[in-house]
Design a protein around this ligand. Sequence first.
Ligand code: CA
Length: 231
Amino acid sequence: MSQKILIIEDEKELADILGEYLKVEGFEVKICNDGQAGLDYFRKEQANLVLLDIMLPLMDGIAVCREIRSESDVPIIMVSAKSGEMDKVVSLGIGADDYVTKPFSPLELVARVKAQLRRYQGNAAKQNVPIKERICIGTLSLAPDSYEAYIEDTMLNLTTKEFEILLLFAKYPGQVFSKSQIYEQVWGYEGVCDDNSVTVYINRIREKLKKQGCTYIKTVWGAGYKLAIDA
Ligand code: CA
C-alpha cells in the first residue's frame, strides 16, 4: 500500500506542484487548503507524513502542529515563507520533525519527506523488538517493549519521544546528559539540532512526573539533566 502524504498549504499552485512530485515517487497525496480542513482530514483519515505550511487561513500551522502532535507521532515537516518566521517556530518547540523555508526545490523536499519516513519506520521497527524486562528506579518503572511508563501503578501518559528521553535517563541513572546528547540519542542526527525542543520535552515529562509527586529529573547547571531518586 502506498504511503499517504497530507499537504496543508493555501498556495494552490505550490501544493499541486509538490503533489505531482510526490505522486511521481509513488506516494498518495491529499491536499487541504486551510488549517482546519487539514486537521479535520488528519483526524478522520490519518496520513504517513504531514507537510504543513505556517501561514494558513482559519487555523495557522503552529496550532495545527500542536493539535496533531498531541494526538500522533506522525512525521511533520513545517514549511514557511520567511526564515525569521521559521526561527520563531523552531524556538517554540511545537514538535515538528523538520523545517523547510520557501523557496525550496521540490526535489529537496521529496528527499526530506523520504528521510523522515525512513527515520519514523526505523523507530517503529525498534519498538517491535521484544525486551521483556522492566527498568525500575524508585517508584518509576518503564516497559521498553510497550513504551509504557508507570509511577507505582499509575501509567504516565507519555508520547513516544517523552518515553524515549525518560528511558535514556533510566538506563543510566545518575549520569548527566547534555541537551545535544539527548537530541542525538532520541532524534538521531537527521533534522535540525534543536536544544529548545529538548527543553520543552523535559519540561513536559517533569510535569507528568510531578502530577504523581515525583521530581526525578534534576537539572545539573551548565551540564544538562540526570535522573536521580529523591532521598
Ligand atoms: Ca501560506
